[in-house]
Design a protein around this ligand. Structure first.
Ligand SMILES: CCCCCCCCCCCCCCCCCCCCCCC/C=C/C(=O)SCCNC(=O)CCNC(=O)[C@H](O)C(C)(C)COP(=O)(O)OP(=O)(O)OC[C@H]1O[C@@H](n2cnc3c(N)ncnc32)[C@H](O)[C@@H]1OP(=O)(O)O
Ligand SMILES: Cc1cc2nc3c(=O)[nH]c(=O)nc-3n(C[C@H](O)[C@H](O)[C@H](O)COP(=O)(O)OP(=O)(O)OC[C@H]3O[C@@H](n4cnc5c(N)ncnc54)[C@H](O)[C@@H]3O)c2cc1C
Length: 687
């Protein structure tokens, strides 16, 4: 049966040009070509095999990751891959490793927070991987509350050094009941990193200046042993088999570790030889700059993880058949399936399946486009910062924090929904979905807990509302607040289901809902004499207002994308339908908020649902082509259920045969534990 494409009929139904859609998904023809080439390079190289991951014991799993990373680095240098190609290589290798933290956080922290002089010393070493770094911020007792970190960096003017120290119960600064308040979680710290960017409270002359970043060498460059005063190790197994256990998340205690003064990262503030603390003209918040960078990356990554799950669930939903008549099937079925599954219904044709699957497919596209936009926003703010224009930093922080929260929550939930959409087989490791979920779900926590980040967005929104009428015109993603009077009064004008396809109508609906929710929170807040108390009391409502604002951003960026010239037969039309599914499914899910704020009527909500169903029918024949447009190799998908040719069942059978438990017909342990048991039963039965 080799070579048969069981999804060929599905592919033939497509009403748009898949090759053009692949370019839209990739972002440009160039990006598509790079991704296509590198994905094949990885897929065809047995060194990057990953199907054994869920079965490997931790030590072997980790060593394997070290091997892959070293091999990847060899390829990168030998093939002289560009930065873009190297990061695609990392993406398609699809395995979390210490290199993520080195390139994704350590290097960006050096770039963003070091002076030019410091960069010229550290960056060349980091670029050549002659040192390997991690980002050591979170402590056992403090993650979200960065200002609460307790590790100290005390300047010693005698030696021109900082003394870095993790507090213990004996420390007067320790407010906790655990014995050691160490650094806890940093990826790459446990077993690999030679250096870390450590965040600690800066103390000069007895004065606490708050949290600052320091470059600390952890391990000897000779034998990799921890340096004096440093205790370091792995924090232990994490959720899932394989999954994030390829990463050595670490624990670190620093016992009066001395570093030279020039290893404080001094772009934002400096300590002079005399021990004087000085602040540059740049805002203090730049100390948090690395997090803004990574949050932006995480948003781009969400569409990748969600699209992977959706590709698996969509292909499998077209392969899987349940119920239906036994007397003849639709003409569109392939010869193979006509023979073996005559008349059975593909589960993708169940409206309930479409109602769960298609909004996720639409979200994958929506997150792709908002990720592209966020990258642009990040580049823009970086260019402004370089010329000391800090005006857009608060918006960049709110957008990266809010969209990180929105997209990772939806993606983690979406992956789990895809597992359920695949029925029982989705629970098998060979479906790829359990590992994908286990690797992905901590994204809801790392780089800022998703609720904590939404509260940051809410603060930004409340600040914006409080400034309405002050003459300060809101701009960018918050510009709609400048039309708040209109948005509070206006009413939806939809009369027929098709009116919900009108972009300006849709935009106004999402703007009105977001503005009304924010204004309502602000009004309730104003009833409290203590604003912080009010903020805490109303935080659940504030989080909902923040979500409404973030959903508006995603919808508006998708609509903006559709304003562009999009070449390729039928591509734009399909994307319009996909976009419609995205916003109408949100409208349906959050109907209560749209109705409660009185922008829409129950009749208009019902018309939105009618239009949503019509769009499901439009997308259904294109579903397989829409997931083919992601251009994922079978290696990258790592899923039998999602394989390109749809030949699921023989592959499942073959994979089961290869499970180590099936190495022997009679299991190990039979003689020790089963035979005596069975014998005993036989004996007692005889009695
Ligand atoms: C085997 C394969 C091998 C392949 C090999 C190939 C090799 C080469 C390949 C190269 C490819 C590279 C690939 C790179 C991949 C990159 C991927 C990245 C990987 C990501 C992994 C992530 C791991 C996780 C890391 C972490 O989790 S790090 C720790 C993160 N911690 C947090 O996020 C903590 C959350 N808390 C906070 O952010 C803050 O404390 C807070 C926002 C909650 C603060 O709240 P608070 O109100 O207390 O604030 P402050 O008083 O401190 O400040 C108030 C004002 O400051 C503003 N503010 C806050 N934050 C920011 C900010 N970030 N920016 C700007 N402004 C900010 C507030 O808004 C306040 O402003 P106001 O005063 O005007 O109101
Ligand atoms: C896989 C993984 C990798 C990581 N890698 C790194 C790394 O490389 N470097 C690093 O420094 N750190 C790393 N971290 C740590 C990570 O950044 C923190 O775990 C994260 O910031 C959340 O902080 P926390 O653990 O203190 O959660 P907590 O803040 O303790 O959250 C617990 C609960 O309290 C709630 N909560 C907390 N504060 C508030 C509030 N103000 N209002 C309302 N609710 C609140 C949260 O919503 C959550 O439900 C990693 C974590 C994980 C899971």
């Amino acid at each position: 049966m080799a070579g048969v494409d069981y999804l060929a009929d599905e592919r033939n139904k497509a009403e748009f040009d898949v090759d053009s859609m692949k370019i839209v998904w990739a972002g440009s023809r160039h990006t598509f070509e790079v991704a296509d080439r590198i994905s094949k390079l990885v897929a065809n190289d047995p060194a990057f095999r990953k199907d054994d991951r869920p079965m490997l014991p931790r030590k072997e799993l980790f060593k394997n990751t070290l091997r892959k990373a070293a091999y990847a680095w060899k390829l990168i240098t030998e093939l002289r891959l560009s930065e873009e190609e190297a990061s695609k290589l990392r993406f398609f290798v699809d395995e979390p490793a210490y290199t993520d933290l080195h390139w994704g956080m350590f290097v960006p922290a050096l770039k963003g927070q070091c002076t030019d002089e410091q960069q010229s010393k550290w960056l060349p070493l980091a670029y050549k991987m002659q040192i390997i770094g991690c980002y050591a911020q979170t402590e056992l007792g403090h993650g979200s509350n960065v200002q609460g970190l307790e590790t100290t960096a005390t300047f010693d003017p005698q030696t021109d050094e900082f003394v870095i120290h993790s507090p213990t119960l004996t420390s007067s600064k320790c407010y906790h009941t655990v014995e050691v308040l160490c650094t806890w979680w940093p990826g790459g710290l446990g077993k690999v990193s030679t250096h870390a960017v450590v965040y600690a409270r800066l103390i000069t002359d007895g004065k606490d200046h708050g949290v600052h970043g320091f470059i600390v060498q952890l391990r000897s460059m000779e034998d990799h042993k921890p340096l004096p005063g440093i205790t370091v190790g792995d924090i232990g197994m994490k959720f899932g088999n394989g999954a994030y256990n390829t990463m050595d998340n670490g624990v670190l205690t620093l016992d009066h570790v001395r570093i030279p003064r020039d290893q404080m990262m001094m772009r934002v503030s400096q300590v002079t030889r005399e021990g004087k603390y000085k602040q540059s003209d740049v805002p203090r918040q730049l100390v948090y700059g690395t997090m803004v960078y990574v949050r932006q990356k995480i948003v781009a990554d969400a569409s990748c993880a969600l699209s992977k799950a959706v590709c698996i669930a969509t292909r499998y939903s077209a392969v899987r058949r349940q119920f239906g008549s036994q007397n003849g099937g639709p003409e569109t079925q392939s010869a193979h399936y006509r023979k073996s599954y005559t008349g059975l219904i593909q589960v993708i044709d169940y409206k309930t399946q479409q109602n769960r699957l298609f909004p996720l497919l639409a979200s994958a596209y929506a997150f792709r486009f908002v990720g592209e936009w966020l990258k642009w926003l990040y580049t823009d703010v970086t260019q402004r910062l370089a010329v000391n224009d800090f005006s857009t930093l608060p918006e960049a922080h709110a957008c990266t924090a809010g969209l990180k929260s929105l997209t990772t929550t939806a993606t983690a939930d979406g992956i789990e929904e895809c597992r359920k959409l695949c029925g029982g087989h989705g629970y098998l490791c060979t479906s790829g979905l359990p590992e994908l979920f286990a690797v992905y779900v901590p994204a809801c926590t790392y780089e800022g807990d998703n609720i904590v980040l939404l509260l940051q967005v809410a603060r930004f929104l409340m600040k914006t509302v409080s400034q309405i009428g002050s003459g300060k015109q809101p701009v960018g993603t918050i510009a709609y607040m400048g039309r708040v009077e209109h948005l509070l009064k206006s009413r939806c004008s939809v009369q027929r289901a098709e009116d919900w396809l009108n972009p300006s109508q849709v935009l106004e609906a999402f703007e009105a809902r977001a503005a009304r929710m924010s204004v309502s929170c602000a009004q309730n807040l104003s009833k409290f004499s203590n604003p912080e108390e009010g903020f805490a009391e109303l935080s659940a409502d504030l989080v909902e207002a923040a979500v409404a604002h973030c959903q508006l951003i995603v919808v508006s960026k998708f609509l903006d994308k559709l304003q562009q010239d999009i070449p390729g037969k039928g591509v734009k039309q399909l994307l319009q339908a996909v976009c419609g599914i995205y916003y109408l499914s949100l409208l349906h899910k959050h109907q209560g908020e749209f109705l409660a704020t009185s922008y829409i009527t129950p009749k208009q909500a019902a018309l939105a649902s009618d239009q949503l169903r019509a769009l499901y029918s439009k997308v259904r024949p294109n579903a397989i082509a829409l997931v083919d447009s992601f251009n994922y190799t079978d290696h990258f998908l790592g899923s039998i259920l999602g394989c390109y040719d749809g030949n699921v069942y023989p592959k499942l059978y073959e994979a089961a045969k290869k499970d180590p438990l099936n190495d022997t017909v009679v299991p190990d342990g039979y003689h020790e534990y089963l035979k005596p048991l069975l014998k005993q039963q036989l004996h007692s039965a005889k009695l």
